[in-house]
Design a protein around this ligand. Structure first.
Ligand code: NAD
Length: 642
């Protein structure tokens, strides 16, 4: 049985849409006849709505409310209040405007009508934190508690998503701490869990549609419920840390709550497992700490203290300040423990799961590895078990979430669906990840006497048209004429007869024939055969640099990573000599672009060659107009048996 004392905070709450229009009536209910209207900078429109609703009741206005209720601001507002002879306070705005109203009420005993426009929840608490000369003094008094709170969803529609996220998590933090604080009780628990579920459900809906009034309504209700939790149950490590960082390092209020909450949850988790389970259920997540973290990241909210401007050198001091005065918290507070928590928050790390996870994962990995143990093909067994070990390690190391894995599967699925004989999206994926080049390095570094290989790329098409020596494979496409004169030899330099050489390349705009909608049939690709001199010659055009296809999942990935899509200009060769290893390679134009940042990592120094500018008649007597280029090269291929 749980024993408790519950003190209800006696505020009147008016909730709805357009409720600000009833402000005059709310003021009169409190006996007010002369209103001082308070707001913060940037809240002019909301203050205007309140002014219109209050009409002649407004005798003065003060629009200078500031974060953390600086005493000098309160003193200026006090002067306005006295001068006007106000007998009632109405504030419109976030926690800053509410704080100013509470500070004035404490000094004068005047009644307050508070209209919150964020989810900070201060309006439901008797607590006031005031700053003076950089120091914060927090006190709690029934005199600070507003008599009436008017929640108007309409006034929150202008709150940007980013502020809605941080303010919503600020509300969630009040609810979380109430669940394990010393002053909790069953009624507070229920409101806290409702508030957490409302925030977790509403923020993603708001991200999808900023004008979703139901989502706004849920968030404002959560703010109210969470505010009452904060008022009734008190706080622990999380709020202490937020105040410490806000006071000592000037970090912004709601953002600091947002960054710290997952880490405080992770810290307290071992000592409050039941509470964590209830929070996780309210979040709809498997684990409370990572559930909050994932919610924040999915909404683009802040995750690291570093990004909020916290100096790394301040972490030790912050940890010491947070534990210097004892206060109730589910888990014992140690400087080292809090320092670790702050370091994770500073780096923006996703909180670790429960310690048991490592053991469970290790067992799972061994179970899957064992399932391949009886594979008859030993190489297949090694490939599969190695793959499993690396993938499991990757999942653990990156602390992969379900939605990230679902996204990866969707990416691979779409990559497969887009692949066809003329669109090799999977080859492209392998290329841009550098895997094609890694396999290529492993395979071909073993044959140093041969011409280096390069990736196949996604544009090879089986069975290109046969071409005669000296023919033109450009199909009359425009471009700088290119005379190609290459020789195929073995590693001793002996020319090789009857070698099949497939060539393919992009046009002067960087497109392959399979990408040209108007192009019927193959062009800029051909199959030629060497004679006894190992030589072959043909006309083509100078290839241009080009982007790899950007309209598929691989293009999306490159764009998301801020990588350019370009390949350095090159000519592809696939050389199949009887009794020799097939050589797939490329020759890169030495004065071309992107040689040092080729997006598929295909460039190797020995493959960068001069495409020499020439004028006048070509080697076969043809006289191209203007400049043409000459490519001469010798390929050395390795015998099949080394
Ligand atoms: P805030 O009042 O400073 O508002 C944050 C920003 O949002 C401001 O720039 C404000 O102009 C803007 N804004 C507010 N409403 C808006 C709207 N509807 N549309 C567009 N912009 C809007 O900050 P906050 O996070 O609401 O409150 C933080 C302050 O409240 C801190 O000083 C904190 O200490 C205090 N607080 C006190 C308690 C308590 O119980 N005493 C509880 C929570 C917060």
């Amino acid at each position: 049985m749980r024993t408790f004392v519950h003190t209800a905070q006696p505020a009147r709450v008016v909730f709805g849409s357009g409720t600000v229009d009833g402000l005059a009536e709310e003021v009169r209910r409190l006996g007010g006849k002369r209103v001082l209207l308070l707001s913060g900078p940037g809240r002019a429109e909301a203050a205007g709505r309140a002014r219109t609703a209050l009409g002649a009741l407004v005798v003065a206005e003060f629009g200078g409310a500031a974060a953390h209720t600086p005493v000098e601001v309160t003193e200026r507002a006090m002067a306005v209040l006295r001068e006007a002879g106000a007998d009632c306070l109405v504030s419109v705005g976030g926690g800053s405007a509410t704080g100013l109203s509470k500070a004035l009420a404490l000094r004068t005993g005047l009644p307050q009508v508070v209209v919150p426009t964020t989810y900070a929840g201060s309006e439901m608490t008797p607590v006031l934190g005031e700053t003076h000369d950089g120091r914060t003094l927090t006190r709690s008094s029934p005199a600070a508690l507003p008599e009436t709170v008017v929640y108007d969803v309409d006034l929150t529609l202008s709150l940007p998503l980013s502020t809605s996220v941080t303010s919503g998590v600020n509300a969630m933090a009040h609810a979380v701490e109430a669940l394990y604080s010393a002053g909790g009780d069953p009624a507070t628990d229920r409101r806290a869990l409702d508030a957490i579920a409302l925030v977790a459900g509403a923020l993603p809906r708001l991200a999808a549609d900023a004008a979703d009034r139901e989502a706004r309504s849920d968030l404002l209700q959560a703010a109210w419920l969470a505010g009452t939790c904060l008022a009734g149950a008190g706080t622990a490590l999380h709020h202490t840390l937020c105040h410490t960082l806000g006071g000592a390092f000037g970090l912004p209020h709601a953002e600091t709550h947002t960054v710290l909450l997952p880490h405080v949850l992770a810290y307290n988790a071992p000592s409050a497992p039941d509470v964590m389970r209830r929070i996780a259920r309210a979040l709809g997540a498997p684990d409370a700490a990572s559930g909050v973290y994932d919610l924040v990241t999915s909404l683009g909210g802040p995750t690291s203290l570093r990004d909020l401007g916290m100096p790394e050198s301040g972490l030790d001091r912050a940890a010491e300040l947070a534990v210097v005065t004892p206060y109730p918290n589910p888990r014992d507070l140690t400087t080292d423990g809090v320092r670790g928590l702050l370091t994770d928050a500073w780096n923006g790390r996703r909180p670790q799961g429960p310690a048991t996870t490592d053991t469970v994962l290790a067992q799972l990995t061994e179970q899957v590895v064992a399932s391949f143990a009886r594979a008859a093909d030993a190489r297949l067994r090694d490939l599969l078990t190695g793959l499993v070990r690396h993938l499991h390690a990757y999942v653990a190391e990156q602390d992969l979430t379900e939605s990230e894995w679902a996204r990866a599967i969707d990416h691979l699925t779409r990559t497969g669906q887009l692949s066809s004989p003329i669109r090799q999206e999977f080859v492209l994926l392998s290329d841009v990840l550098g895997i094609s080049s890694a396999v290529d390095v492993l395979t071909n570094s073993r044959t140093p006497d041969t011409t280096p290989s390069a990736v196949l790329g996604p544009f090879y098409v089986e069975g290109p048209p046969e071409a005669e020596h000296g023919s033109d494979i450009s199909g009359d496409l425009p471009g700088t004429p290119l005379w190609v004169d290459v020789t195929i030899t073995d590693t001793a330099g002996e020319p090789l007869d009857d070698v099949i050489v497939d060539v393919w390349q992009a046009d002067e705009d960087g497109f392959y024939d399979v990408q040209l909608p108007e192009q019927e049939g193959p062009v800029l690709r051909a199959r030629l055969r060497t004679g006894a001199d190992g030589r072959l010659t043909f006309w083509s055009i100078l290839p241009a640099h080009y982007p790899v296809p950007g309209d598929g999942p691989v293009g999306e990935m490159l764009t998301a990573a801020g990588r350019h899509h370009y390949r350095a200009p090159h000519l592809h060769f696939m050389i199949s000599a009887p009794g020799h290893r097939r050589l797939i390679t490329q020759l890169f134009v030495s004065d071309g672009s992107y040689l040092d940042s080729d997006t598929v990592f295909g460039v190797k120094d020995p493959l960068v060659v001069d495409f020499v500018p020439r004028t006048g008649p070509g080697p076969d007597g043809r006289v191209p107009e203007g400049q043409w280029r000459l490519l001469e090269h010798t390929f050395r291929v390795a015998p099949l048996v080394l």
